[in-house]
Design a protein around this ligand. Structure first.
Ligand SMILES: Nc1nc2c(ncn2[C@@H]2O[C@H](COP(=O)(O)OP(=O)(O)OP(=O)(O)O)[C@@H](O)[C@H]2O)c(=O)[nH]1
Ligand SMILES: [Mg+2]
Length: 305
């Protein structure tokens, strides 16, 4: 940790129900794709620090799973992680997506945010999809009034970049003076193995439908740089039932091939190295209810938790 004069720093946790654009906002703010996103709810399963270092400040954005009513043990883990990530941070970005209304699921998150006692910015994301904001006035005012620590309000689009410079300025303004927590070349607190497993999982979320994405977990078993400078990655894809195997493998292996190809492209871009990705599908019956298997997919092993 380096101490600089007049330097600002802090931890900024995202809060919101699933699919509101928390992860997309982080990637857009740091101008790099670090955390995974998809059009399906419950994409993010763990908390991940994404670090943006500038001349005058270091912002540590904490991506979190969407807060929802969990249906299985994995869901409970996710929600506990999301709520836990609000403890002790300097600022919360509470994100709403008004595209299908502001609902009780948002009000439940508002209650948790209000109880955290942490300075909060209320973000109305996906502004590009809304023609008339007026119709949400009543709900937004009600949410604002429920937040005793509200420090600011902004409408954004993580996709078009609308108001993101303003958002960054508002975040900086709220941060206290502090040390540079991470060296300037560090962009995430997670090991490479975790990031790789996430990229593979993202492709499954993007390419498959119905219960398949949510029933899968990815564990990177091998991550090596070979003598020729190439990355070698071997990963297991967990599924819950035998009947899901033909779907994830696809006709003539086309689906698993596509997952591997798209993941490899992202991995090569991120690590700036050629990569070889080998994927295996494993049936782990009801793994989402099994503590040890959940932990494997969350990469808790390396964190010693
Ligand atoms: N049009 C539009 N789409 C957006 C915007 N922000 C995010 N999206 C889309 O919304 C979907 C969900 O985005 P994510 O960033 O994965 O949402 P999340 O809140 O992290 O979701 P969970 O991880 O499931 O909690 C993706 O398809 C994004 O491309 C936005 O500002 N405008
Ligand atoms: Mg997310």
């Amino acid at each position: 940790m380096e101490n600089k004069e007049n330097y600002k720093s802090g931890f900024i946790s995202m809060a919101g129900k699933p699919n509101v654009g928390k992860s997309t906002l982080i990637n857009s703010l740091v101008h790099q794709k670090i955390v995974i996103t998809s059009d399906k709810p419950q994409t993010t399963r763990n908390s991940i620090n994404v670090i943006l270092t500038e001349e005058d400040a270091q912002m540590v954005f904490v991506d979190t799973p969407g807060i929802h009513k969990p249906l299985h043990k994995l869901g409970k883990y996710m929600v506990n992680i999301a709520i836990g990530a609000l403890r002790g941070v300097d600022l919360i970005l509470f994100v709403l997506d008004p595209t299908d209304g502001i609902r009780n699921s948002d009000r439940r998150v508002a209650k948790i945010v209000a109880e955290s006692n942490i300075p909060t910015l209320l973000i109305i994301n996906k502004r590009d999809k809304i023609k008339n904001m007026q119709i949400y006035n009543r709900e937004i005012t009600e949410i604002k009034e429920s937040l005793p620590n509200l420090k600011g309000y902004l409408e954004t689009s993580a996709v078009t970049g609308y108001n993101l410079a303003e958002l960054k300025a508002m975040v900086k303004e709220q941060l206290p003076q502090g040390p540079q927590y991470y060296p300037e070349d560090v962009i995430s607190d997670k090991p490479s193995r975790f990031i790789v497993s996430e990229l593979i999982r993202e492709k499954i979320f993007q390419l498959t439908r119905e219960e398949i994405p949510h029933s899968t977990g990815v564990v990177v078993e091998d991550f090596k740089v070979r003598d020729n400078g190439m990355l070698y990655i071997r990963a297991d894809i967990y599924i819950e039932k035998d009947s899901q195997k033909p779907i994830i493998i696809g006709k003539k292996g086309m689906m698993i091939k596509k997952i591997g190809q798209l993941a490899r492209k992202d991995i090569e871009e991120l690590f700036e190295k050629k990569a070889y990705v080998e994927l295996f599908v494993k049936v782990r019956k009801n793994w989402r209810e099994n503590e040890n298997l959940i932990r494997n997919t969350m990469d808790f092993k390396q964190e010693g938790q």
